[in-house]
Design a protein. Structure first.
Lengths: 320, 339
């Protein structure tokens, strides 16, 4: 049955409302403040470390994101940890709060479709995260300029910009997940706990579990073990399983982008090293090619999670 | 006439409307094997206040959601202002205002901002939007509270804000789900006054309630729901006469010596009771108000009040189901005897 009008009617209005709500909320302010503080401390520590240890590097600016100084982990570590928290923080009550406030049926009785409400909520959340991450990105660049005293090169800016886009996609995955649970569970507390639990499972436990499962399915070959090497089949399976986690995908993409010398994101065979100048940086386009499957994987994850939430929301009754 | 025959007769009369804004025919909603709304038919005329009344869980809200295209229709047909809510929900929603049961607003923003959000969703332009919002808030008496956060609003104020949203929208039909639920008597009477104003402006009103007594005063016609079906439908007076029997009861307050005796002579009047000083109650088999007024005028008396005494919907509802239950028992005993 064909319905009249566009499903996107009202998306802009809902997006602006969500954006306004997020940007003025205490929750977002606290999360943003936390991320800013951590960014300031870790990037400052990174600049000190770079000053102490690096004499000359063509990609000095990119090291701001990846360099750590004991006891502080690198900015990248914190980012991969806090971006999901921010995204879940914005999405865990996006749908169920409309039920709990009893606003859903009133809003849906206006001339819009449910699709517009869900799209608008997702876009509002994603734009909020984008604003936060762009501010963070500018802050890191600014701090780097200030402390290191040298301007970043064009390649560095381009790489860090792509890194910013990838981080936004990564945030989108967790926002979709949180919105899915917000649709599934009427209680915001349950949705938040399940979202955080899911994230912790995928971030901390799944990589370990992937290793155990891979070793169980393809036991290590004694010939490789005798040489002190990992069995290629086991490693490949472990990587395939680990890549089911968006966190793994993100960390792999980031490695390719922020370390231009990265030539592969899996086991490197001797045949691949023939003719290669070890340590020589790759151009951005080739680094992006290396990271492309992981990038597509993250985009697909975000879309898949959003679509599941969309289907569930469409089938739900409006009454609370 | 048997209750079921009476009910069907009333329904068939009621569904035929020359100027209907809502027409439902055999409307049905099922959830799996559960039938929430069972083949109901009714129509609402232009400028009419129509009540969907009945206990909680009787199918009133589900019916409303089907009218708005907010839930799928399992069977039957429905037409709202000439549009099919299932295929043309936007056209329906553009013209119909809805205030859900315990209406919710965004507590963190002001009353005016809540309406602004809705107005943007409807697509009103800025200048028009602001004028509509100011007018609507003034009409429900919330102008002073326009810039206050809704979190500070009482339940009655929230309900009035819900009505303001409908006014702002310029809706041709107002659908109000349990509008008086949880309100104190003062807030209820304020709300009912606003609902009466809807009618005076030509807006049709469909309201649902489980509080029969509270809303019967504003309804032109009512449909009494029971178990997903419409058990009775018609004006309260008609239903009272058909279910409770006893014909018309006309209350009259007027001056004039010997008025009671004169009124008792009106053809069709079976009795006259004195209910107070200058107050009389006529029992008749038809509406004798014109004749009663003429008698007062003929005696050069002063007519202070003349109206048909409406029976309580609660009494109608209770009597209907008592009679129905008794009929069901008799029928099952008959079947047992026959077996």
């Amino acid at each position: 049955m064909r319905r009249e009008g566009s499903v996107f009617q009202g998306v802009g209005v809902v997006t602006l409302k969500e954006l306004s709500d997020h940007l003025t909320s205490v929750r977002f302010f606290v999360l943003e403040l936390l991320v800013m503080l951590i960014a300031l401390v870790t990037v400052y520590a990174a600049t000190q470390q770079i000053k102490d240890t690096t004499a000359e590097d063509p990609f000095l600016f990119l090291k701001l994101f990846t360099t750590s100084r004991d006891p502080l982990p690198a900015f990248l570590f914190w980012l991969s940890l806090l971006v999901p928290v921010m995204a879940i923080g914005l999405g865990f009550d996006s749908v169920n709060s409309e039920y709990n406030r009893r606003t859903l049926s009133r809003i849906l009785s206006q001339p819009i479709y449910r699709d517009a409400l869900l799209f608008g909520k997702f876009l509002g959340g994603l734009i909020t995260l984008t604003i936060a991450l762009v501010v963070l990105w500018l802050m890191v660049i600014g701090l780097g300029l200030l402390v290191l005293g040298i301007p970043p090169g064009g390649e560095e800016i381009a790489r860090s910009f792509v890194f910013l886009l990838i981080t936004i996609i990564y945030a989108g995955v967790w926002l979709s997940l949180a919105m899915l649970f917000s649709t599934l569970f009427r209680s915001p507390a349950t949705a938040a706990l399940v979202s955080l639990g899911f994230w912790l499972f995928l971030y901390l436990i799944w990589p370990i579990l992937a290793d155990v499962i891979a070793h169980g399915i393809i036991p290590p070959d004694p010939r490789y073990t005798a040489l002190g090497l990992e069995t290629p089949g086991t490693v490949e399976l472990q990587q395939i399983l680990a890549r089911l986690s968006p966190s793994t995908l993100f960390s792999e993409v980031v490695v390719a982008l922020l370390d231009p010398t990265t030539r592969a994101l899996g086991p490197i065979y001797l045949s691949q090293l023939q003719g290669a100048v070890l340590g020589a940086p790759l151009p951005l386009s080739e680094s992006m090619l290396i990271a492309w499957p992981q990038t597509v994987g993250m985009i697909a994850s975000a879309i898949l999670l959003f679509v599941i939430g969309y289907v569930v929301f469409q089938r739900q009754e409006v009454r609370a | 006439m048997s209750q079921s025959a009476m009910s069907q007769n009333t329904m068939s009369q009621s569904t035929v409307s020359e100027d209907a804004v809502i027409e439902a025919k055999d409307l049905t909603k099922t959830y799996g094997s559960t039938v929430a709304v069972d083949h109901i038919s009714f129509s609402v005329g232009r400028g009419e206040i129509f009540g969907l009344l009945g206990p909680n869980g009787a199918g009133k809200t589900t019916t409303i959601l089907m009218l708005l295209g907010l839930t799928d229709i399992s069977g039957g047909e429905v037409n709202v202002l000439g549009f099919d809510p299932a295929r043309e929900p936007l056209s329906v929603k553009r013209r119909v205002g809805y205030m859900p049961d315990t209406v919710g607003f965004y507590d963190g923003i002001t009353a005016a901002d809540n309406l602004r959000y809705t107005a943007r969703l409807i697509g009103f332009k800025h200048a028009d939007r602001e004028k509509r919002i100011a007018d609507a808030l003034a009409r429900v008496g919330l102008s002073e509270s326009a810039d206050k956060h809704v979190a500070t609003f009482s339940r009655g104020m929230r309900q009035r804000l819900g009505l303001a949203e409908i006014l702002m929208k310029g809706a041709q039909i107002a659908i109000l789900d349990e509008p008086t639920s949880g309100l104190d008597p003062h807030a209820t009477s304020e709300l009912l006054a606003i609902i009466r104003n809807f009618k005076s402006e030509g807006v049709s009103v469909l309201l649902s309630s489980h509080l029969l007594e509270r809303v019967q005063s504003v309804c032109d016609r009512v449909a009494l729901f029971s178990g997903g079906r419409i058990a009775l439908m018609g004006s309260v007076g008609d239903l009272g006469r058909e279910v409770l029997g006893g014909g018309f009861v006309v209350d009259i307050e007027a001056d004039g010596a010997g008025l009671a005796e004169r009124l008792a002579l009106i053809p069709g009047v079976s009795g006259v009771d004195k209910t107070g000083i200058g107050k009389l109650r006529l029992h008749a088999d038809r509406d004798v108000r014109p004749e009663a007024a003429a008698e007062v005028v003929a005696m050069q008396g002063r007519l202070k009040y003349l109206g048909v005494h409406e029976p309580s919907l609660d009494a109608i509802y209770t009597r209907y189901f008592e009679t129905k239950a008794a009929g069901d028992v008799a029928a099952s005993e008959g079947e047992r005897d026959a077996a």
